[in-house]
Design a protein around this ligand. Structure first.
Ligand code: ADP
Ligand code: ASP
Ligand code: MG
Length: 438
């Protein structure tokens, strides 16, 4: 029999009605043996995700505020699900335990992780599946990085003993026994880790859209869905802000060659998007697979005459960034200029030090940091074969009256990255979309 791992996002588990839909989906296919839930998400546009409520609760405790009333609201998110599902199950003991642990300085990650922990307990009960706490099977190393080998060994061994199980997403355990979470949206990663451990035939990722669209549906007019996308293309897009799937969730499944299927909990008949290791064909008419963008970047511009002839120049500059704990995104460079694109947030508190170090250590003629850059990634495995793609992109942006501040084409010709001013983001995105898709 096939084995499928199914991950359900926050909006798919936001209330009792969604729990019913989720149970119907799981019960419709006996291959759906392992389930990874997120914490309850938004029930409507102005609602708050339980994860955000838990972060807030943690801050309240730090500020010595009384959390009784606010914690009641969190508890009610779960109690209302239990009540409306008509379950004979009392969660008050668990809820009191969690509150008490939060009050006794168990940490920010512990607080956040309880969103999926509590949801997982309810979902396991509702489905009649075993509950396997991620704390006992997902491990991090002392330096905070994910320990894939230890996790895979322990998790595979544990899940062999279960016909069906619910494993809460988003968190795991540090060597000292404390709880640590992945970054936001990290339940996608847990789903991929579980899929690898059970050698699943398919990792289904259920969310609130019918697959990956060519662009962000909140910014573009009816972007068409993508049928098939490669892991590599998807990583480029999700890293650049297409939040459907956490960009880190590719690694565990790619390693094992397990395809991912993005599906819509609210429209389970839609076939969604298949994410595969390689695809022979591409849409010859559209050429590009998708586009995504992200704000919040800065450029460090360095000018120095005859920079190109100076051996070790680039290394010394990058060493300065390394010493300051800053990683870079792109390095578009000329003969006498070097530009380094970094996340603006990474420069916080280090700007002056970095500027001074570069000026002093590499004797640059001029160094400056410019903020307010937005990066747009145009991604497509077909771009390498279709001539003139870059020209079409630049023309479209130019005709929209937008100034291009940076261009970077990956050597694999899988993507072209364009930097524009943040205020031009939507305009540039729409212009590229209209050129290729409309
Ligand atoms: P979940 O809670 O199920 O993990 P997310 O909110 O993390 O769901 O991801 C789904 C959302 O991603 C969609 O509701 C949509 O608004 C947004 N999104 C951004 N870019 C895209 C895209 N290219 N295609 C589809 N959805 C996108
Ligand atoms: N609940 C967590 C978050 O909101 C993890 C997730 O949903 O994947 O980020
Ligand atoms: Mg998500």
């Amino acid at each position: 029999m096939q084995t499928k791992v199914v991950k359900f996002g926050g909006s798919s588990l936001a209330d009792a009605q969604h729990f019913r839909q989720v149970a119907d989906i799981i019960k419709a296919d006996p291959a759906r043996r392992f389930v990874v839930p997120s914490a309850p998400g938004k029930r409507h546009k102005n609602d708050t995700k339980v994860t955000d409520m838990l972060y807030h609760c943690y801050e309240m405790i730090r500020n010595h505020e009384n959390i009784d009333a606010f914690y009641e609201e969190i508890a009610e998110r779960y109690n209302s699900i239990i009540r409306e599902l008509g379950m004979n199950f009392d969660m008050s003991g668990e809820l009191a335990y969690v509150k008490n642990a939060m009050l006794h300085a168990s940490g920010r990650d512990y607080a956040a992780s309880r969103g999926e922990y509590l949801n997982g307990i309810i979902l396991a009960k509702y489905l009649g599946f075993d509950f396997v706490d991620a704390e006992n099977v997902i491990f991090f190393r002392d330096n905070g990085s994910f320990d894939e080998e230890r996790t895979n060994e322990v998790l595979a061994d544990e899940l062999r003993r279960h016909k069906n199980a619910v494993i809460p997403g988003f968190y795991g355990c540090m060597p000292n026994g404390t709880i640590k979470t992945f970054s936001r949206g990290g339940s996608d990663i847990t789903g991929a880790i579980v899929a690898r451990a059970v050698e699943a035939d398919l990792y289904e990722n259920w969310t609130d859209v019918s697959g990956f669209m060519m662009g962000d549906p909140r910014l573009l007019d009816n972007p068409p869905p993508i049928d098939t996308i490669t892991y590599q293309e998807l990583r480029e897009l999700s890293y650049m802000g297409a939040t459907v799937l956490h960009d880190e969730s590719i690694f565990p499944v790619r390693y094992a060659g397990i395809p991912i299927n993005i599906r819509n909990t609210n429209a389970p008949a839609d076939k969604g998007t298949m994410i595969v290791s390689s695809a022979e064909t591409y849409d010859t008419k559209r050429v590009i697979t998708g586009l995504a963008g992200k704000k919040g970047f800065s450029v460090i511009n360095i000018e120095k005459d005859r920079m190109n002839a100076e051996i070790g120049f680039g290394r010394r500059v990058l060493e300065i960034l390394e010493d300051n704990g800053v990683s870079f995104e792109h390095l578009p460079s000329g003969i006498d200029t070097m530009s380094i694109v970094v996340a603006t947030s990474a420069l916080e508190g280090r700007r002056e030090r970095i500027l001074q170090s570069i000026t002093r250590q590499v004797k640059a003629d001029h160094v400056e940091i410019l903020d307010g850059l937005c990066l747009i990634a145009v991604v497509g495995r077909g771009m390498v074969k279709a001539r003139g793609t870059a020209a079409r992109i630049f023309d479209a942006i130019y005709n929209a009256g937008v100034n291009i501040r940076m261009i970077d084409q990956g050597s694999s010709e899988l993507n072209i990255i364009i930097g524009v001013n943040e205020e031009d983001y939507e305009k540039a995105l729409v212009a590229i979309f209209n050129e290729f898709v409309k």
